[in-house]
Every structure is written in C-alpha cells, then in structure tokens.
Write a protein that binds this ligand. Structure first.
Ligand code: NIG
Ligand code: FE
Length: 409
C-alpha cells in the first residue's frame, strides 16, 4: 500500500547532512521544506501494516499526480515532520534503581566514591541478576514505549548489568525479544560485558570469560550487532579494551567505546585507530583525541544529560564540531549517571551547555546517531529510496522539541 503525509508545517529532510557525512553541518543542510509532503510504501509484519520505503518527498503543492489516490494523513500545517530520531547509546535493560545513591550524590558524594564502596554498576548488577527475563522484558518494553513517544524510532540497547556468562546472555536474549516486540522501532543490540569487573571473579578470570566464552557465544548466536568496552580508571584499561575489541572485530561484531569519560586514557584515539563506529562520552578527551576522531569515520557520541546528572564539566563539543568530527547526541539512559528517557531533554542541554546549533542538534539525533550504529545508509534522513522511518512532532517547528524544556509526550 502507498500512503502520503501532507501539509507538514515543515519537513526537514537532512539531505545536506548526509552529503557532508554529518560534519560541519549548517542550517542549509537541513533541507527544510515548508508545507511538506512525504509518500511511502508499507508492508505487513505480524499482521500489522508498517512503513517500508520512502517514495517521494517535496512540497505538498508538487505532490505527483500518480499519488493522488494514496491514503493521506493531513498535518494541517501545524505539525513538523522529521526523520525518526535515533538514541544511539542506552543501557535500557536493568532491574532495581539507585535512588539511594542519587541522594548520596546530592549530599556531595562522587560517582567514583560510591562505586568504590560497592555501589554503582555492581549494585545494579545484583538487582539485574536476580530479575527474571519476563520482568526485564516488561521494564524494557515500558521504557522503549516512553522513548518512542518523543519521536525516537531507533534505539541502541547495551547489555552490561549481568557481568557473568549466564546473566549477560540473559540480557542479550531479552534485547532480542525487545527487537521483535517493538513494531515501528528499530533496536540495535550491543554487548557490553566489559562494563565493570564483577566482585565474584578475579580480573584475569573475568577477562577470560568475556573474550573466550561470552564473545564467541554472542557471535555464534548473533545476539549483538556491536561490542562496547568501558575504558576508564577503575574499569577496563586501554590494553584490555584493545584485546576485547580485537576479538570482537574478528568475530564480525562492530565496535563502540565508552571513552575518556572520567579521565583522558587515550581511548578516543583507540576508537579511531580501530575504526570503531563511535567513541562515546568524551568529557576528558585530549586535543590529540579530538584530532584523531575528526580524521576518522568514528562518530563522537556526546551524552550531555550524563554530565548534567553527574554535575561534571561538559564535553568539548565546539572543539569537536569545528575540528570536523561527526557528533551525535544520546540519552545514555541508565540508573546511575543518567536516569532520563527523554532525548529532547538532552537536546535542551546540548543547546544551552554545549553551544550546539539547530542544525548540529538535528544532525546529532538523526543522521549522526544512525551513523554511530552503522545504519546511515538507511536511516537518519528523509529521501526517496531510504527507510520510511519518520516522526511527526506535536509542534510546528523542530526546535520546539528542545526549546520547550522537559515536555511530556
Ligand atoms: O554510560 N560509563 C559507564 N556506564 C554508564 C554508567 C552506568 C551506571 O552507573 O550504572 C554510563 O554512564
Ligand atoms: Fe553509557
């Protein structure tokens, strides 16, 4: 079936952003079409009709004759139409909460102090290990639904709160079920067994578990699209990260990195060197790291909600952008450092505290987010031939999604 959306107040194609591969984007790259229209085909999946391919994009007044009889949705000039947004870095599947740690942090304790006292990732690990797959799936579905309500259509989900062979595989299986359970939402799955060291294994034992047992099993059962490692003091070293990611790449997984968040470890440079899809966080990235990312195909994923929530200094976004890096924005949704499902709230922080422009924010939640997941050939812009992956905002202009702070869908 062919369907059309007509009279969008503004339709932002992002075509110019794709042409520049997400770098140094300007207002004109948004491809703004006032009173826009979009024609797309649909297909049946599990008895439901879902959007398939984009057939045509342009001003409503120029809608080709051949689509005159397509089923139409009229946005009446009051709703903006944009590419489905991409949240390319989340830790969506976990049980329990860390509101107690939040209270400690509000009282002045640091994230690192709390982790050193046995809190942090390991405390969520305990709750997550105890949780049934059914409970984790239910929590995951609720969270996906809330994220999608903001206009997010592609969501990356990391494992990383199991930290044992059995529990990491349990989490990845839950993510696989979420992939099938969320029609209209694309889920990208990332294996983050190297999120922290569990207290019940020695360092050597756990590294062996990750490299020799988990990774081969994850690859054999195709449980993940990518592999990520948290490289920072107190977590994994650059050398450990290199060993894990080399094995992952050999097994056919794409690579991502939690890089230079708590300290400059040189891990952004490692991401560029290994041809990673993305280097994420980057609060402490060095000038050498910035130059390495700008010269590479690796996307710099910034998570300004996390720095806000940790009361830490924000990443040097302007330096990355002027150096020519492709910059994406994401929530980093997780129970410790960013208990926030709203990508628009993150966009507000990016506008105010990273100094990002409308074009840069748009690119950060569309094309560059897709590129951080290796999906930029299909997603992130509205152009004929690409996935019919779009969002109608409840506003007449795109920027109201972040100008209106902390709105509820
Ligand atoms: O992305 N940086 C590492 N991991 C998470 C925090 C996880 C947690 O505290 O539970 C992050 O910020
Ligand atoms: Fe993270």
């Amino acid at each position: 079936m062919v369907r059309a959306i007509i009279h969008a107040s503004e339709l932002l194609t992002g075509a110019g952003i794709r042409k520049k591969d997400g770098r140094k984007v300007l207002e004109k790259d948004l491809g703004r079409i006032p009173d826009g229209a979009l024609v797309y085909s649909t297909r049946k999946q599990d008895g439901k009709e879902i959007p398939d391919r984009i057939e045509w994009v342009g001003p409503t007044a120029e809608l080709p004759r051949r689509y005159a009889r397509a089923r139409k949705q009229d946005l009446r000039g009051v709703r903006a139409l944009i590419p489905g947004m991409v949240d390319c870095h989340t830790h969506l599947v976990f049980a329990g909460d860390r509101s107690d740690e939040f209270a400690l942090r509000c009282g002045g304790a640091s994230y690192e102090e709390i982790a050193a006292r046995g809190g942090g990732i390991v405390s969520t690990m305990r709750a997550t290990r105890e949780a049934s797959p059914a409970l984790l799936e239910r929590l995951g579905r609720e969270r996906l639904k809330e994220m999608a309500a903001y206009g997010v259509r592609t969501i990356e989900i990391k494992s990383g709160y199991g930290l044992s062979v059995e529990s990491e595989l349990k989490l990845l299986e839950v993510i696989q079920r979420l992939k099938r359970a969320a029609p209209g939402v694309t889920v990208s799955s990332t294996f983050l067994g190297a999120h922290a060291f569990p207290p019940d294994r020695s360092r050597e034992e756990y590294l062996r578990d990750v490299i020799e047992v988990m990774l081969p099993e994850v690859a054999r059962r195709k449980l993940a699209d990518s592999c990520d490692v948290f490289i920072d003091p107190g977590y994994f070293t650059v050398e450990e990260g290199r060993a894990i990611l080399a094995r992952a790449a050999k097994l056919g997984l794409r690579i991502k990195l939690h890089a230079d968040e708590l300290a400059d470890t040189g891990s952004a440079g490692l991401a560029a060197e290994l041809g990673a899809l993305s280097a994420d966080h980057l609060l402490k990235i060095s000038d050498a790291g910035i130059a390495a990312l700008a010269a590479s195909r690796t996307v710099a994923v910034l998570l300004p909600g996390t720095a806000f929530y940790l009361k830490a200094a924000q990443a040097p976004a302007r330096k990355l952008l002027s150096a020519g890096a492709a910059v994406a924005l994401s929530t980093d949704f997780n129970p410790g450092t960013s208990m926030c499902l709203s990508l628009p709230a993150v966009m507000t922080i990016a506008a105010l505290y990273l100094g990002m422009t409308r074009a840069e924010i748009f690119a950060g939640v569309t094309y560059n987010g897709a590129k951080a997941l290796g999906l930029e050939k299909r997603k992130g812009t509205l152009e004929a031939g690409r996935d019919a992956d779009f969002a109608v905002l409840p506003f007449s202009r795109f920027e109201e999604a972040y100008y209106r702070f902390a709105w509820s869908p």
